[in-house]
Design a protein around this ligand. Structure first.
Ligand SMILES: C[S@@+](CC[C@H](N)C(=O)[O-])C[C@H]1O[C@@H](n2cnc3c(N)ncnc32)[C@H](O)[C@@H]1O
Length: 365
């Protein structure tokens, strides 16, 4: 990708375009950046680039001729002609979607305004796009251009160490990113959350997804409203939203049905429910039914294996106390980590039905 920057102050870019990601992108050839000064395209002795506004008022306005002539010359320097982006606090606000769109272009020509801005004819007849980096006013477009170039450079293939980091970052999937930690695991009494140290990939992914949802719900309710969430995730977001009453109720999470032949059961329930479901483990096929899951579980020859109704709860210890006090026929001594990473305990109701309670933070997807 090639980016041409039209600026009266090329010296403001010194350093910013040479280091870190932008520097790496330039060195690797993924990004070419060239700076052009409209002052070099003036024709008068004093190389004047600004003038008083017609109609009066404070400040100076950037004259149209040096900008038009500069952009004409810059366009002719390379192919394709490029998309002309005017930086202005009046433009559409830069966000993840706009960055991705700009990053798709083969070439951008970015115009930095200064003083009171540029002559309106530049906006009307030269610019293809107008971008603002936020609802505040800078003295010039140069810092905004650096912001745009940095954000766009990250999207160029091979610039980031891993394309995954782009996909997982805040805003990429419509959610803020989960909290990140590095060594040491404990510092001044502040411990890294246990799931991250577990080495269990599915558990880590679940913990991160939950953190992303809760953090977005707390900080950016506007984003949560547009995010694509399952019914269970929507409940999680609602519970984390500012001012939400604490929700310590149990939610029906899963009904596990023992089946003699997992393939035959998959065909049967897929036809019955009108949904192909998902093979989540060699002996388990899951069908999403609203916020809960119907799981067909192979008996592996154990004819006595009972069906199990599973509830997700935010406070497993409190659920354990309630299960003992409610007069259950049997309650497992204490919650355990199951093979699928869930923390849970089993019990039987007075009729002998098998139930289980799962810590909702560890609930398998
Ligand atoms: C002082 S500003 C001019 C503001 C203009 N008088 C107005 O009220 O819309 C000078 C230049 O800084 C740049 N600029 C200022 N704020 C910006 C923002 N939020 N996003 C992008 N560029 C900005 C633009 O290029 C603008 O022409």
């Amino acid at each position: 990708m090639r980016i041409d920057i039209v600026t009266l102050f090329p010296e403001m870019f010194a350093g910013a375009l040479d280091a870190s990601i932008i520097g790496r992108a330039r060195t690797s050839g993924a990004l070419t950046i060239a700076l052009h000064n409209p002052r070099d395209y003036t024709r008068d002795r004093h190389r004047v680039v600004d003038d008083y506004p017609f109609g009066g008022g404070p400040g100076m306005v950037m004259k149209p001729e040096p900008i038009f002539e500069c952009v004409d010359a810059v366009r002719a320097m390379a192919e394709p002609a490029g998309r002309v982006v005017l930086l202005t606090p009046q433009g559409r606000t830069l966000d993840h979607g706009v960055v991705a769109e700009l990053a798709d272009a083969e070439r951008l020509i970015i115009i930095c305004g200064h003083y009171e801005g540029v002559d309106e004819r530049v906006r009307e007849h030269l610019a293809d796009d107008e971008i603002s980096i936020g609802d505040y006013v800078l003295s010039g477009g140069e810092p905004a251009a650096i912001v745009v170039v940095d954000a766009v450079a990250r999207h160029q293939p091979g610039v980031l160490g891993s394309q995954e980091s782009l996909a997982e970052e805040s805003h990429a999937a419509g959610l803020l990113e989960y909290p990140q930690y590095t060594r040491p695991a404990a510092y001044r009494g502040m411990a890294v959350p246990e799931p991250l140290l577990s080495g269990h990939h599915a558990r880590i992914a679940r913990w991160r997804r939950r953190q992303s949802i809760e953090r977005t719900a707390r900080r950016r309710p506007d984003m949560i409203a547009r995010a694509s969430l399952t019914a269970a995730e929507q409940r999680l977001a609602a519970a984390a939203a500012p001012g939400a009453p604490p929700d310590d109720r149990a939610h029906l999470a899963r009904v596990a049905l023992p089946v003699h032949d997992i393939d035959a059961a998959t065909v049967y329930y897929a036809a019955l429910l009108g949904d192909a479901g998902e093979r989540v483990a060699p002996g388990e096929h899951a069908f999403r039914c609203g916020g809960a899951t119907l799981a067909c579980v192979a008996t592996d020859g154990d004819a006595r294996r009972p069906a199990e109704v599973c509830f997700a709860v935010p406070d497993l210890r409190a659920a354990h106390e309630r299960a003992k006090a409610a007069g259950s026929a049997w309650v497992e001594g204490r919650p355990r980590r199951r093979a699928n990473g869930e923390r849970a305990f089993g019990l039987r109701d007075p009729s002998g039905n098998r139930l289980c309670f799962i810590d909702e933070a560890t609930l398998a997807p």
